[in-house]
Design a protein around this ligand. Structure first.
Ligand code: KIV
Length: 259
C-alpha cells in the first residue's frame, strides 16, 4: 500500500503536478486528504500553532500527537512526518526515531532536512525500508535567516550538489524551499525523483504550502504564498458578533434554549 502510493507520486514526475499541503489537525487533514497527493505534518506547526520562534523548539512527542490525528483522518493521501531538529543526528538515532514515529502514527514516510551531510542517513533509512522525503534550499532547522537561496554561484552549486546527492541516496521526492527559479529548474531537470517546491517556481514537479497560509490564518505572508481566503478576518468578525450578542442579550435566543 505504502509502496504503491509512493510509486504513484514518483510516476507523476514530468507528467502531472503533485499537490501537497501541510496539515496538523482533524479538519485540515480531512480537507487536504480530499484534494492532495501528499500531506506533510510539518514541524512548521511549532511556529504556526504554538507561536514558537523557530522549528528548532519542536519536540518529537508533539509531532507524534499531531501526526496520529492527521493519519487517522487522511485515508488516501500519502502522509509524511517531518523529523524534528536533532532527531536524526546520526543514522542510528535517525532509525530509532523514525521507527518510533512510524509505529506510533502509521505515517507513510519521514522528511529530513539537509544535503550531502545526511546522505548516509537517508541511505540507511531507505535500506531499512523507511521511505524518505528530502528537503534542500532554505532549511528552517539550521538556517539563521529566511532569505531566498541560490543567488550566488557557490550557494547555488552546493544546493544543486545536495539535491543530486540525496536523490542518489534514495529519497522518493525532494522539497525545494525558497530557491531561485533557475536553480529549481536545473535541479528538477537533473534529479530522477519529483521536486516539490515551496517558493521554488513552476519548474518543480509539485507544490507545497502551509495550510494556514493559504487560508489566511498567519501573520506573515511571504511572496511565495498565495492566500485563497481570509479566515483570520472571518474568525474575528464571528468572535466580535458573538461578544456583542452576549452583551446585548441577543444570545442565547429562544432557538438556543432547552424548554
Ligand atoms: O515544516 C514544514 O511545513 C515544511 C514545509 C514548509 C515544506 O517543511
Amino acid at each position: 500500500m505504502k509502496k504503491s502510493k509512493i510509486s504513484k507520486i514518483i510516476n507523476k514526475k514530468n507528467r502531472t503536478p503533485i499537490t501537497c499541503l501541510t496539515a496538523y489537525s482533524k479538519i485540515t487533514a480531512q480537507l487536504a486528504d480530499k484534494y492532495c497527493d501528499i500531506i506533510l505534518v510539518g514541524d512548521s506547526l511549532g511556529m504556526v500553532l504554538y507561536g514558537m520562534k523557530s522549528t528548532k523548539e519542536v519536540k518529537i512527542e508533539t509531532m507524534i500527537l499531531h501526526c496520529k490525528t492527521v493519519k487517522k483522518y487522511a485515508k488516501k493521501s500519502l502522509v509524511v512526518f517531518d523529523m524534528p531538529y536533532k532527531t536524526y543526528k546520526n543514522k542510528f538515532i535517525a532509525y530509532e526515531n523514525a521507527k518510533k514515529v512510524i509505529k506510533a502514527t502509521k505515517c507513510d514516510a519521514v522528511k529530513l532536512e539537509g544535503g550531502k551531510e545526511i546522505s548516509n542517513i537517508i541511505n540507511y533509512l531507505t535500506e531499512k525500508g523507511i521511505p524518505v522525503m528530502g528537503h534542500v534550499g532554505l532549511l528552517p532547522q539550521s538556517s539563521n535567516n529566511f532569505r531566498v537561496k541560490g543567488r550566488n554561484f557557490l550557494q547555488s552549486k552546493k544546493i544543486f550538489d545536495d539535491a543530486l546527492s540525496i536523490s542518489n541516496s534514495g529519497v522518493f521526492a525532494i522539497v525545494l524551499e525558497c530557491v531561485i527559479e533557475s536553480l529549481a529548474k536545473a535541479i528538477s531537470n537533473n534529479v530522477h525523483v519529483p521536486t516539490i517546491g515551496i517558493g521554488a517556481s513552476k519548474y518543480c514537479d509539485g507544490q507545497i504550502l502551509v495550510i494556514d497560509d493559504i487560508l489566511g490564518m498567519s501573520d506573515i505572508k511571504p511572496k511565495f504564498v498565495k492566500q485563497y481566503s481570509n479566515l483570520k478576518k472571518i474568525m474575528e468578525n464571528s468572535v466580535k458578533k458573538y461578544v456583542t450578542d452576549v452583551k446585548s442579550r441577543k444570545f442565547p435566543s429562544d432557538k438556543n434554549v432547552y424548554k
